[in-house]
Write a protein that binds this ligand. Structure first.
Ligand SMILES: Nc1ncnc2c1ncn2[C@@H]1O[C@H](COP(=O)(O)OP(=O)(O)OP(=O)(O)O)[C@@H](O)[C@H]1O
Ligand SMILES: [Mg+2]
Length: 258
């Protein structure tokens, strides 16, 4: 068994609404274990707490109770300990591709020229060759997502959190981005935790799928995807995969909890 890269131990969390002073419970004594080199996807209704889980991992929120371990350690501050690609595209419109990608390196105090040297050889791999001086509005949606992903990869962490990275893309671009991401992951062998609303995307990409199906979330339903790798989109047409898809859709149906 690979080593654990992320562990939630009895984590409880609620948002405290400032205006009404109400508490909105999201997680209730949740335990999660994620291992090195796994590809995990998280599915669940809108408002079920998926992005909140990422905010807890990244240290943007702190648990009310329980512990979060990253690479076996509890950190005083978890900021920067995991690579994070938030749900909204956060590219800075006034920075070029290169300057956007360089942000995590700059935050580590790496000089501009040195950052450039590290990034330029990666541009081709990320499908961005020749794009380094373009601004975000001059890129296609798929390219923008690849810049965001490049930036997330440069965080230097072995754990990458991707919050619905492909949701704004058209169907064809989305399929090619899924294949591209899978190839990147197979090459780099980091751990990816990926949120999506698309059950096919979850089945195609992941080793395990976690379903957020209660609120507050106490246990995550866990589905193992029985496909070997490398995978092909055609594999999703196998009878056991069709059955699994039905099972997942059944779990998700009618559970809008905003
Ligand atoms: N800062 C906040 N203060 C109070 N409540 C919040 C805050 N952020 C999120 N919430 C509430 O917490 C719940 C979970 O939100 P979260 O963003 O984690 O959902 P999600 O599963 O990512 O949804 P989606 O699929 O729509 O992105 C929602 O009910 C939301 O309204
Ligand atoms: Mg979300």
């Amino acid at each position: 068994m690979n080593k654990k890269v992320l562990e939630f131990e009895n984590v409880t969390f609620s948002y405290k609404e400032k205006k009404q002073g109400r508490s909105v419970p999201i997680l209730q004594s949740l335990n999660v274990d994620i291992y090195d080199q796994e590809f995990i996807t998280i599915v669940g209704a809108s408002g079920s707490g998926k992005s909140t889980l990422f905010r807890l991992i990244t240290g943007l929120e702190d648990p009310d109770e329980g512990k979060i371990f990253i690479n076996g350690q509890i950190h005083e501050s978890r900021l920067g300990k995991a690579g994070y690609m938030p749900q909204q595209d956060l590219l800075m419109p006034w920075r070029t591709v290169l300057e956007n990608a360089a942000l995590p390196l700059e935050l580590k105090g790496i000089h501009k020229e040195e950052a450039r040297k590290q990034i330029v050889p990666l541009l081709e791999e990320f499908g961005l060759a020749g794009m380094e001086n373009r601004f975000p509005h001059e890129l296609s949606g798929g390219m923008r997502q690849r810049v965001s992903f490049l930036r997330t990869s440069l965080s230097g962490s072995n754990v990458l959190l991707l919050d619905e990275p492909f949701s704004a893309l058209d169907a064809i671009t989305r399929l090619s981005m899924q294949e591209w991401l899978m190839a990147q992951w197979e090459k780099r062998k980091n751990t990816i935790i990926f949120i999506t609303h698309d059950v096919n995307e979850a089945l195609f990409l992941s080793d395990r799928i976690f379903v957020f199906s209660e609120k507050p979330v106490h246990t995550l339903e866990e589905v193992n995807v029985p496909l070997s790798r490398p995978r092909d989109l055609q594999d999703l047409n196998q009878p056991d995969m069709i059955e699994l898809r039905e099972h997942l859709l059944e779990q998700l149906r009618g559970k809008v909890t905003v």
